[in-house]
Design a protein around this ligand. Sequence first.
Ligand SMILES: Cc1cc2nc3c(=O)[nH]c(=O)nc-3n(C[C@H](O)[C@H](O)[C@H](O)COP(=O)(O)OP(=O)(O)OC[C@H]3O[C@@H](n4cnc5c(N)ncnc54)[C@H](O)[C@@H]3O)c2cc1C
Ligand SMILES: NC(=O)C1=CN([C@@H]2O[C@H](COP(=O)(O)OP(=O)(O)OC[C@H]3O[C@@H](n4cnc5c(N)ncnc54)[C@H](OP(=O)(O)O)[C@@H]3O)[C@@H](O)[C@H]2O)C=CC1
Length: 470
Amino acid sequence: MKEATFVIIGGGIAGVSCAEGISFLSPEESIILISSSPVIKKVTNLKHLTKLLSEFSVEERSPDSLSETCSLLTVINDSVTSIDYENKIVVTTKESIGYERLCICSGASPKLIDIANPYVIGIRDTDSVQEFQKRVCSSKRMVVVGNGGIATELVHEVEGMEIVWVIKDNHISATFIDPGAAEFFQSSLVKSDEDKTAPTKRMKFSLSNAKGSTTEAGGAALGPDWHSNVDLRGILQQKSTVTVEYKSEVKRIIDHVEGKNLLSEDWPVYVELTNGKIYGCDFIVSATGVVPNTSFLDGTGVQLSSDGGITVNWKMETSLPDVYGAGDVCTASWEPAPQWFQMRLWTQALQMGTYAAKAMVMSILGEELLQDFAFELFSHVTNFFGFKVILLGLFNGQGLNNEYEILLRVTKSSEYVKLILKDGRMQGAVLIGDTDLEEMCENLILNQLDLTPFGEELLNPDIDIDDYFD
Ligand SMILES: Cc1cc2nc3c(=O)[nH]c(=O)nc-3n(C[C@H](O)[C@H](O)[C@H](O)COP(=O)(O)OP(=O)(O)OC[C@H]3O[C@@H](n4cnc5c(N)ncnc54)[C@H](O)[C@@H]3O)c2cc1C
Ligand SMILES: NC(=O)C1=CN([C@@H]2O[C@H](COP(=O)(O)OP(=O)(O)OC[C@H]3O[C@@H](n4cnc5c(N)ncnc54)[C@H](OP(=O)(O)O)[C@@H]3O)[C@@H](O)[C@H]2O)C=CC1
C-alpha cells in the first residue's frame, strides 16, 4: 500500500495551494495529491493590491509542473471512493493509500435546477464550458437562471443571442451587489456604448432612507477570465438582448410538444416561470450555486453543515481525527472575525488551502498554530460588466441588522463607491471602477478609526483623504 505523511484530495486551487504550502513548510515530508481531473489548477501572477486584496491568474497545468515547487509530491489521477479514517486510509477506484494527515479539497459541483433534463446545463470546469460553447454557437435564445457570479458574467459576455435572465430578486447580481450598484450596471445590460459622464453625485443616507433594500450576503472550477478565450457568440448577427424577469423562478420545464401547443412558437424546450410567463429557448443555464463534493465521505459520520459543506473549525479540522478540509468543499464554522465571512471564491480556496497546510504541519510538529491574517477581512476583486469590482468587509451590511449608514459616490458609467459605516466606523466597502480607494478602505476597516469628524468629506474627490491618515 502506498503511504505518505500528507494526502490531499483534489487538484483545484485549494488542493494545490495546500500541497505547495506543505512543501514550503516541511520540504522533507512526502505528499500524495489525488485528483480525478488529469490537470491541476495553479495560481500564477499573484499581485497584491493591498495587504489582503490580491489578483491572480489560474492556469491549468500538467501535474508534473508541480515538481518545481513540491519535490516530494506524487500526483495520482484517480477518484477517491471512500475513507477509512480509523485506519487512516483513503480508498480510490484502483488502490488504498495510507496517511498521517488528510486534507479534503474536493471542491463543489453546480447545483442544477433539473439534473436529468438534457436542455439544462451548468458551468464549472473546462468540459462544461466546451459543452456550453457548443450550445451557444448554434442557438438563438437561452434562459439563464440564477443571480450570482456565473449569471452576471454570462449575460455580459455572450453575444448574438436573446438572453432571458430569470432572477428571484428585484435587482440584478444580488449575490454580490446592492440595488444601487445594480442600477449603476443596468445600462450595461442594454449593451450600448454610452459616454462616460462627468457629474459626480455624493450622498449620505441612513438605511431607512435608502431606495430598495440591501441584500444579505448572501472537475476543478474555472479560473478568472475563463470566458476570454472562448467564443461565446450565438447565431444572431447582433448584440445580445437581455430580458430580465425579476422576482421569478422556474416553475417547470416544458418539453417541445407541449410547449409548441401552448406558445405557437417552435423551440426545443420551454420554461414556465412563477410569474406565469412561458419562454421557448434553445437551452437553459442553471447558474444556481454549488453543492460541495462529499459523497465519498458517506458512512464516515463526518459533520456536514446545512449547506452540505464539511464543517471545519478555525484550524481547518473536520470532525474526523487528523482529517482537514479546505476550499469550496468546506464550511467555515468558527466564530468569524467581525468583517469576515465565507463565500465560495478562489481567493478563499487559496487562503484556506495554504492555511490548512500550515495547520497540518504544525499538528505533526506539535507546535502552536495562530489563525491567519487573511481571515480578518473579507476581500474580493473581480470584474462585472467590464468594471473592476472590489468588495471589502461587510460590503452589503451583512449581519448589521440594517443598523448602519451608507456613504455613496456615483459617477455614471465610471465609478460607484459605497462605504458602510456603523457608529462612525467603516465596516465594508463596494468599489466599482478605478477608484483607487481600496488601500484606504482596507486600512480603515481594519483599524476601526472613528470617522465621524470627516463626515461626507471621506468621499470628496477633491480631497486626498490618504493625507489625513499618513
Ligand atoms: C464559471 C466559474 C467562474 C468563477 N469565477 C470566479 C471569480 O471570478 N472569482 C472567484 O473568486 N471565484 C470564482 N469562481 C469560484 C472558484 O473557481 C472556486 O471557488 C474555486 O476554484 C474552488 O477551488 P477548490 O480547489 O476548492 O475546488 P475545485 O476547483 O472544484 O477543485 C476540486 C478538485 O477536487 C477533485 N475531486 C473532486 N472529487 C474528487 C474525488 N472523489 N476524488 C479525487 N478528486 C476529486 C476535482 O477533480 C478537482 O480537481 C468561479 C467558478 C466558476 C465555476
Ligand atoms: N466573479 C466572481 O466572483 C464569480 C464567482 N463565481 C463563484 O462560482 C460559484 C458558482 O457560481 P453561481 O452558480 O453563479 O453561484 P452563486 O452562489 O454566485 O449564485 C447562485 C444564484 O442562484 C440563485 N438560486 C439558487 N437556487 C435557485 C433556484 N432554484 N432558482 C433560482 N435561483 C436560484 C441564488 O439565489 P439565493 O442566493 O437567493 O439562493 C443566487 O442568486 C459560486 O461560488 C460563485 O461565488 C462564479 C462566477 C464569477
